[in-house]
Ligand binder design. Structure first.
Ligand code: ADP
Length: 276
């Protein structure tokens, strides 16, 4: 009788253990299912977000292309229909067509660069880049532009060599320096500093140009954002330069800071790992 009692208790305990284990397993399965559903929901949202960003980008590019195209169409029609007063005017129309074509090429190049950077499809060719030599080349290539805007360029460069993609470093510096020239006034100046600080590469591009209002500062890295739309017609920017700069900085795990005051000038500081 005693043995039977023990056996019944044993079976009871065993059954209880099995029951608890099965319950735990069910709970675990439910938890796993919940986690999976959450992940799927997150992925769906990310996909939707990416899709709407791409659609918005496509709409923006089309809109931006429309302006130069409309203008090219207008001048071409005037030329074809013979509505030109004299040779001088004909030449002027050709020049405007050429300038608008240039704007379209810039826009297409910048748009391609942005979508490459965003989709992380860039194939980097990292090499040893001697920054002072690169900076010299960039300043040389911007000399004509600086002369046109009557802006003087200055540089201070520590002899630093970084392991980086030369095209990215060029785009980064060129966009910042070109902006310092474009958004300046005759007699203005742009300073470029390349230095090593706290084990990092520090690039400073400073100008005493028109400056950027506090409220506008948080927007200027957005795609197609321009502070003064009218001025951009003259300077011919795409509104993508700083967005490209920000992408390159983030791609290389760096940071970018801006200090600016309206009417006094701007100072962009880029921090990059020395192996950028
Ligand atoms: P853009 O092709 O128009 O120059 P960017 O993306 O390079 O486009 O710059 C976005 C906007 O930020 C510019 O249109 C300009 O209004 C403003 N900006 C950029 N850099 C400067 C600067 N150094 N000084 C003043 N404004 C600037």
């Amino acid at each position: 009788m005693y043995k039977i009692g023990l056996a019944v208790i044993g079976i009871g305990i065993f059954a209880a253990i099995v029951f608890v284990m099965k319950k735990k397993e069910k709970e675990r399965e439910q938890l796993l299912r919940d986690e999976m559903e959450l992940e799927i929901e997150k992925a769906k949202k990310a996909l939707f977000h990416e899709k709407s960003i791409r659609q918005e980008f496509f709409a923006n590019v089309s809109h931006e292309l429309k302006t130069p195209l409309t203008s090219i169409k207008g001048y071409t029609e005037l030329l074809v229909q013979g509505f030109v007063k004299n040779e001088e005017e004909r030449e002027e129309f050709y020049k405007r067509i050429l300038a608008e074509t240039g704007n379209m090429c810039d826009l297409i190049e910048d748009s391609l660069e942005i979508s490459r950077l965003e989709s992380r499809e860039v194939s980097l060719k990292k090499t040893q880049v001697r920054l002072c030599i690169l900076l010299e080349e960039i300043l040389d290539s911007l000399k004509m532009m600086a002369d046109k805007y009557a802006v003087t360029l200055h540089k201070e460069c520590e002899p630093i060599t970084v392991w980086a993609d030369v095209n990215q470093m060029t785009a980064l510096l060129k966009n910042l320096i070109a902006n310092g020239i474009k958004y300046n006034r005759p007699g203005g100046e742009v300073w470029v500093y390349v230095l090593k600080q706290n084990g990092k590469l520090m690039l400073i591009v400073k100008d005493n140009g028109i400056g950027i209002e506090k409220e506008e500062q948080k927007h200027i890295f957005e795609r197609f954002y321009r502070v003064d739309k009218g001025r951009c017609k003259k300077t011919g920017g795409t509104g993508l330069g700083l967005s490209i700069v920000k992408h390159i900085v983030e791609y290389n795990e760096g940071t970018i800071e801006l200090e600016s005051s309206l009417g006094k000038g701007s100072r962009f500081v880029v921090w990059l790992p020395l192996s950028a």
